[in-house]
Design a protein around this ligand. Structure first.
Ligand code: MN
Length: 488
């Protein structure tokens, strides 16, 4: 990796900006890390360059890239933060300091887990760019994990799965989340990884490529007939998400039908709905698989239309339809619509940020005192949404007041129907207990159980849980008879 690759990447989005500071930062970092080597034997500066490159890919601003180049200087060299501030300004120094502080977050088992998340949220609230640098740094560390001793590999992989990946998911930075998860999966479950990777490659190469081409041709013809401007791409799901699905639903690999998805990118929102209509006229849509995340975006800002149809020979085929802007956002989430130029305070732009990020920013601007800020922000910042975590580290967002039953149905209807108890932060709790932000929730299920309890309707908060409970109860005719005809 060379500094020119970073400058070129940055120039793609900022053709007119002066990049001489990036070069100066590179020279400074090179001088500071001098002859240091990474455990892999590479020059240390390569780590700084790779970190900065990931940031340039995420289209961050100039100062973030400079801070990315310098992020290990105060920790690992004789040069100080003051010198960074003197040469590159207070803002860069503040970013580097934030990253240095965050590096003290370490995964040390479940009791430290919430504390680490809290620190992460606080750093994020202070300046989101700190987290982006930390993510880029972590990604390169993961890519070079091979050169570390096995215990360290495991610790870093676990920490990434428990903290970094879920937070990247919350922020909608899917690309990083997937990349991180797949690397960690390889280290944490090498057997399963190898096994799945093999099947996946076979499936990908032989089974699907031809099929995808056929679908692309048919849809392409349909769209051309309507004189639409479009781009169809395909992508294979990442390994860990397939693995997780197999675990959750107890599926075999061949039963996972959505190993790939087709993506249609069009100029306008109206075009998205038009494409949806064309797809549904070509193939029959699968019930309950259509999702309109354009009308109702996910809390992290994700927007797309999603549908699954019975394609050629009835093969289930998933489509994502979105505009170019949504496509960028889906890759880099918050990073792509973060308002880097806060000084111009473009209100329109700021409105597009998820509400909870706006809230954090508001508090950040209103409170001068760090102590007050921390007190105020806590976790209740997400006042009408909460984020809770499964034992595997998956994040789920739920409305405020949600209970373990809501969580269970958010994971899967079957988990909901079979729930008999819950451990919240490792302690047994009632199923009606109101969940708090950052709770670690583990549902205890009884395999034989098939029906939910009618009592749950008294306290569930989400429409999904309520509907599923009602549906399941209704479906069990005997249950109804017992209830309405006493003595039966
Ligand atoms: Mn680093």
């Amino acid at each position: 990796m060379t500094i020119n690759q970073i400058i070129n990447k940055f120039k793609e989005n900022n053709p007119n900006e002066d990049t001489s500071l990036i070069e100066l930062a590179f020279e400074f970092a090179q001088k500071a890390h001098n002859n240091q080597l990474r455990k892999s034997g590479e020059q240390y500066i390569q780590h700084c360059l790779h970190t900065a490159f990931v940031l340039a890919q995420m289209k961050t601003d100039l100062n973030t890239i400079i801070a990315g180049l310098l992020h290990d200087v105060p920790e690992d060299t004789k040069y100080t933060l003051e010198e960074i501030a003197k040469n590159f300004g207070e803002e860069v120094a503040m970013l580097v300091e934030g990253v240095t502080k965050l590096s003290k977050i370490k995964y040390r088992g479940i009791e430290r887990y919430r504390e680490s998340l809290r620190k992460m949220f606080l750093a994020m609230a202070h300046d989101l760019r700190v987290i982006l640098i930390k993510f880029a740094d972590r990604l390169h560390n993961l890519r070079t994990l091979d050169s570390l001793p096995p215990e360290k590999q495991i610790r870093i992989a676990k920490e990434t799965m428990e903290i970094y990946a879920p937070v990247a998911g919350l922020l909608g930075i899917w690309r990083l989340k997937w990349q991180m998860e797949d690397i960690c999966f390889k280290y944490l479950q090498p057997e399963e990884y190898k096994n799945l990777e093999y099947k996946y490659e076979v499936e990908k190469k032989i089974e699907n490529n031809q099929y995808i081409q056929q679908i692309k041709n048919i849809l392409g013809d349909g769209l051309k007939k309507e004189k639409m401007d479009f781009q169809i791409t395909s992508r294979f799901k990442h390994l860990f998400s397939i693995y997780r699905k197999m675990q959750q639903k107890n599926y075999q690999f061949d039963e996972i039908y959505d190993v790939f998805a087709l993506r249609v990118v069009v100029p306008t929102i109206a075009d998205c709905y038009k494409v949806l209509g064309i797809i549904h006229s070509l193939w029959t849509p699968k019930a309950n698989r259509f999702k309109d995340y354009i009308a109702v975006p996910k809390p992290n800002g994700y927007r797309s239309l999603q549908t699954t149809v019975f394609g050629i020979d009835g093969k289930t085929t998933e489509f994502q339809i979105r505009t170019k802007e949504m496509d960028e956002e889906a890759k880099y989430g918050i990073a792509s619509h973060w308002n880097y130029k806060t000084k111009n305070n473009n209100k329109e732009k700021r409105k597009e940020q998820p509400r909870w990020i706006r809230e954090i920013l508001k508090i950040q601007h209103e409170t001068e005192d760090t102590h007050d800020f921390i007190k105020q922000i806590k976790f209740d910042i997400f006042c009408d949404r909460i984020f809770v975590f499964s034992p595997k580290g998956d994040a789920f967002d739920l409305p405020e007041g949600a209970t373990p039953i809501d969580f269970a149905y958010a994971v899967h209807s079957d988990i909901g129907n079979k729930a008999t108890g819950v451990r919240i932060n490792d302690k047994i709790a009632p199923l009606s207990q109101v969940l708090k932000n950052g709770d670690l929730v583990e549902i205890i299920i009884e395999k034989k159980r098939k029906t939910p309890s009618r009592d749950w309707l008294r306290f569930v908060k989400t429409g999904k849980a309520r509907n599923r409970i009602k549906q399941t109860l209704k479906g069990t005719l005997l249950n109804n008879l017992k209830k309405y005809i006493p003595g039966m």
